[in-house]
Ligand binder design. Structure first.
Ligand code: ATP
Ligand code: MG
Length: 363
């Protein structure tokens, strides 16, 4: 069974230390989210499996060798751990000279190659849009990572319940890592927002606000597709919220290029199981894989699950387009569109452009 780590519940354990050119080639825990590096050449031309390629520091001024302080704490202060993802840790830090707060994602290289990790940077650098998280810069450096243990529990259906490795072994081993500096989204992730809403007493969601968020999300996805990318891991945890509840699509760690109209050979099993389009388990798919999770996200925005347990029980039905009768009654138009987005046949799903027309009345 593929596995996923619940980010928020894990101990935080990445500390920046001095830069070195060593790379640790420990086997990275395989995870449903990531492409298998051994397969990544299928679509990305990343045949080079050498993780020993650490002699250069892209993103750092030539001749400068970052030390511990150069890596993060020399330039940043008030460094705080925000969350720990399956493969990365995200920090909040203030750039000293600017007095401005940023989010910094630290991703250990492990047994991936640099190109593989850099695709998040490459995509972010080409995506400048109000509903996409803003990227500033990147650099390579060393970080000390609490490594995940191997004890696994079974997978379940919802993102927040994909807790398969709940032990975290902190061996504080320095790992050569990628640091990505981006805008700090102060209202957290949509996942947190949805979870917090579960604890509210009112039974119904705020329809207007939910639709407003959804419109921003589809606008962002339309932009991503227009720029020739497929996100491949859309889910509430990867949708961030900035000031005034502005949506910022983030986490481009699974992004790929859309080349042409035909579904092409792709890496299998990329993305997060519970939100992943069914065809993503195979190796031929196109940008429609980003529409399937939008159906689930719209449902979650409009429907308040009472608890994570309830969500877990009903999730497979929702994925199958079997929506609660009450939902169909309250949101007939949205229910119809959600079912289309969840079509097993990817060609039956509306495009992001269609969704903009449907939900925003514009092209
Ligand atoms: P996962 O494997 O859980 O998807 P990840 O390793 O891919 O995580 P991200 O999804 O990029 O990492 O970030 C994990 C979490 O960190 C987000 O869900 C969010 O809570 C927080 N986060 C990420 N980027 C930002 C940001 N720019 N501003 C504020 N919080 C952020
Ligand atoms: Mg993520």
């Amino acid at each position: 069974m593929v596995s996923k780590v619940q980010t928020e519940d894990l101990p935080l354990g990445i500390l920046e230390v001095g830069f070195s050119y060593n790379t640790h080639q420990d086997a990275a825990a395989t995870d449903e989210k990531s492409d298998n590096p051994s397969q990544s050449h299928m679509e990305d031309g990343q045949v080079n499996q050498s993780t020993g390629d650490t002699g250069t520091m892209s993103g750092t001024a030539p001749g400068s060798v970052p030390t511990q302080t150069d890596s993060l704490s020399k330039q940043f202060k008030d460094i705080m751990d925000l969350t720990r993802g399956s493969f990365s840790q995200v920090k909040k830090a203030m750039k000293k000279e600017e007095e401005k707060v940023y989010a910094i994602k630290v991703i250990p290289l492990l047994n991936y190659n640099k190109e593989h990790l850099l695709r998040e940077v490459k995509a972010l650098a080409h995506l400048e849009y109000k509903f996409i998280v803003r990227y500033y810069t990147f650099w390579w450096g060393e970080s000390v990572v609490s490594r995940l243990g191997d004890s696994e529990e079974d997978d379940s259906t919802s993102d927040s319940m994909e807790i398969n490795r709940n032990s975290c072994v902190s061996d504080k081993k320095p790992e050569f890592s990628l640091f990505i500096q981006m805008e700090f989204c102060e209202m957290g992730s949509l996942k947190n927002w949805i979870q917090n809403r579960m604890t509210e007493t009112s039974k119904s969601s705020n329809r207007r606000q939910s639709l407003l968020l959804f419109k921003q999300i589809i606008s962002g996805v339309k932009y991503i597709h227009r720029k020739g990318f497929i996100h491949r891991d859309l889910k509430p945890g990867n949708i961030l919220l900035a000031k005034n509840m502005t949506v910022k699509i983030g986490d481009f760690g699974c992004v790929t290029r859309e080349n042409g109209d035909q579904p092409q050979m792709r890496t299998q099993n990329v993305g997060t199981t519970s939100y992943r389009a069914p065809e993503q388990e195979g190796d031929r798919y196109g940008c429609e894989v980003d529409i399937f999770p939008l159906g689930l996200i719209l449902f979650e925005l409009l429907w308040k699950f009472g608890s994570e347990m309830e969500k877990s029980k009903k999730w497979n039905n929702i994925r199958d387009g079997d929506l609660p009768a009450e939902f169909e009654k309250d949101y007939p138009t949205e229910a119809f569109q959600i079912k289309k987005m969840l079509s097993l046949d990817a060609n039956m799903r509306p495009s992001a452009k269609n969704l903009m027309q449907i939900f925003c009345g514009r092209k």
